[in-house]
Design a protein around this ligand. Structure first.
Ligand SMILES: [Zn+2]
Length: 255
């Protein structure tokens, strides 16, 4: 049964379809991610105006034809084009990366109300310029938490201690293991890697929200970025294109 829907959405992706149509992937506030077709969007500029540009926040009316089918976009009203984001290459790269993250962790029609809010807030933030590396890390941690994959960083998965001199992050278990548990075989699988106490401290503070209480050294920030990247890649099953681009833009050791 076709279902008429009116909702708020953010444009995540757009592709050309045939000679005049456009396929637009939307993150809606209450219907999850929906793939829609905007009929004649390329021929008639008037119908959808600038609504179907990347990152735009829009109010849409669409007809949902059911799972596995493209919903049909009927009408769209622009709420925020995030023009400022598009005037800065680094801000565009950030917005592309945040968008790709959402597409990794939410499939079509998954409940994604909180992801919609998180991305909407981040795009509004990007209107004021590119994010800091800490803001990007925090967004990554927020996405992992909302998707149910928050890395367990507070205490050793083996013995529960939160105070050890040496740690590893065990990707198979999604959390940290202390050195003494590791020597007893806990978290000794092939997918673990050492984590320094300073990287752990930085990630713990970022995960809790609020301000980071210390000035992390560049190599600490770089190691935190790399670890989170491997955690995300583990779930995605592939490197994220936009993250790779961001790394090239920002140069080695940052981004
Ligand atoms: Zn332990």
């Amino acid at each position: 049964m076709p279902r008429r829907i009116h909702t708020d959405a953010i444009v995540l992706l757009r592709h050309e379809l045939g000679e005049s149509d456009r396929i637009v992937t939307l993150l809606t506030c209450d219907q999850g991610i929906l793939r829609t077709v905007a009929p004649a969007a390329r021929r008639s500029k008037r119908r959808f105006g600038g609504c179907l540009e990347l990152f735009a926040r829009i109010e849409v009316s669409l007809v949902d034809l059911g799972a596995g089918k493209l919903a049909r976009l009927e009408e769209a009203v622009l709420r925020d084009s995030h023009e400022a984001v598009k005037s800065d290459l680094l801000a565009i790269a950030h917005a592309s990366y945040l968008t790709e993250l959402i597409l990794v962790f939410w499939k079509e029609r998954d409940e994604a109300g909180q992801a919609h809010r998180l991305l909407g807030d981040a795009l509004s933030r990007l209107d004021r310029g590119p994010m800091s590396t800490q803001e990007i890390r925090r967004f990554e941690l927020d996405v992992l938490a909302l998707a149910g994959f928050a890395p367990s960083l507070d205490a050793c998965l083996g013995c529960g201690t939160n105070n050890a001199r040496q740690w590893v992050f065990d990707h198979d278990r999604g959390g940290i293991v202390c050195q003494s548990c590791l020597t007893q075989g806990v978290g000794s699988g092939p997918r673990n890697e050492p984590v320094t106490p300073s990287v752990l401290r930085l990630l713990r503070e970022l995960q809790k929200g609020g301000r980071v209480s210390f000035e992390a050294a560049p190599q600490t920030r770089g190691a935190a970025r790399a670890l989170l990247g491997r955690i995300i890649q583990g779930y995605a099953g592939r490197p994220l294109r936009a993250r790779e681009f961001l790394r090239q833009l920002a140069g080695k050791g940052s981004g």
